[in-house]
Design a protein around this ligand. Structure first.
Ligand SMILES: Cc1cc2nc3c(=O)[nH]c(=O)nc-3n(C[C@H](O)[C@H](O)[C@H](O)COP(=O)(O)OP(=O)(O)OC[C@H]3O[C@@H](n4cnc5c(N)ncnc54)[C@H](O)[C@@H]3O)c2cc1C
Length: 315
């Protein structure tokens, strides 16, 4: 891991920096590149603009981390239930993406499954979809168990898998009979080398292999030879997407067997271009007051962004 990235991930864990940054109006303004605002209204308004511009898909996530009681988890559930209702009322179509630890995975996997079930149920009722984010590697087993239990009643539920984890190809095979609805991402946490590939090239190669397997499953589902599934590439790495597309063509997979999901504000011009070329694209919009750790991880993904932020702060 580069020095810049590890420093930023260390800074992400600092409560003191968190307090300082979230109080600073200038830093808050600098975050606008990656999040349209802290409120649901700001997120819905930005989403509506994107849908009106090119009909792309949307995902919404309310930022928050490290919760300690199930009462807080119930508040998170209430927030997302309210969000789903407001999306429906405002006529803004979209899906929601939630961190299982925000629903109490750490405190009680059983209660977490109940709360997630309530969200999946409301999502289903309003024509939306619940996605589970994948967090650090200590949660992967519990998150997979949660996903499998939700899939029984809510087959459209989605799950993020991380290509940097050595275990991910096996995890996908475990989910294959269920018709996995998977968003493949590279992985955003700091993990030991026994668990995750230290070299980016290995992560990228695994990303490609797993993505193609997901696309095969999606193509089978479309032919009625397996349960329906969705293959989502959650990445801004367009060279990698291009390599996957080329390999898919060689294997005779139909075009558009996959979707691309990217984060709001990152490679925005490419998101619009892909849409104009007919590619299925969704933009994930994050909002909320608890943005510090999430924002630092975005900077760690591309330490060059620190200079953009510094420039916008210091003029
Ligand atoms: C929709 C979505 C959902 C996600 N969900 C999860 C999750 O549940 N769990 C999880 O661990 N991670 C998640 N991530 C984050 C992911 O793991 C990566 O950390 C992140 O996407 C950066 O990797 P990359 O695939 O874009 O490729 P990289 O190789 O990091 O980047 C490729 C190129 O994209 C551009 N780029 C990438 N990141 C940035 C940035 N921050 N700012 C500006 N340009 C950038 C740069 O030009 C870079 O060269 C999610 C990402 C997306 C897009």
């Amino acid at each position: 891991m580069g020095l810049g990235r590890s420093l930023l991930l260390t800074a992400a864990a600092s409560d003191r920096l968190n307090r300082m940054a979230t109080r600073s109006r200038v830093v808050r303004r600098a975050t606008r590149a990656f999040m349209p605002g802290e409120t649901v209204e700001a997120a819905l308004e930005a989403g509506r603009g994107l849908v009106d511009a090119d009909g792309r898909g949307l995902l919404f996530t309310h930022l928050g981390e490290a919760l300690t009681t199930l009462v807080e988890a119930e508040r998170v559930r209430d927030h997302y239930l309210g969000l789903l209702d407001r999306m429906a009322a405002a006529g803004v179509p979209g899906e929601i993406s939630v961190k299982p630890t925000q629903l109490g995975l750490e405190q009680s996997p059983r209660r977490c499954a109940e709360l997630a079930g309530e969200l999946a149920d409301r999502a289903h009722a309003v024509g939306s979809v619940l996605w589970l984010d994948m967090e650090d590697s200590s949660y992967v087993d519990r998150t997979l168990d949660l996903y499998e239990s939700l899939k029984v009643d809510y087959p459209r539920t989605g799950l993020a898998l991380q290509a940097y984890l050595r275990r991910t190809p096996a995890d996908l095979e475990r989910l294959a009979p269920l018709g996995p609805v998977v968003r493949l991402v590279k992985g955003a946490y700091s993990e030991p080398p026994e668990v995750a590939f230290p070299r980016k090239a290995d992560t990228d190669r695994t990303f490609q292999d797993v993505a193609l397997r997901m696309m095969e499953l999606a193509a089978k589902g479309r032919r009625g030879e397996g349960p329906p599934s969705r293959a989502v590439l959650g990445t801004h790495d367009l060279l990698l997407v291009g390599r996957i597309q080329a390999e898919a063509r060689e294997r005779g997979l139909p075009p558009n067997t996959f979707e691309v999901h990217m984060l709001y504000g990152i490679r925005a011009n490419h998101q619009a271009r892909l849409r104009s070329e007919g590619q299925a694209v969704s933009t994930l919009i994050s909002y909320g007051q608890d943005w510090y750790r999430w924002y630092m991880r975005r900077l760690a993904e591309r330490p060059a962004n620190v200079w953009f932020v510094a420039r916008s702060i210091f003029g």
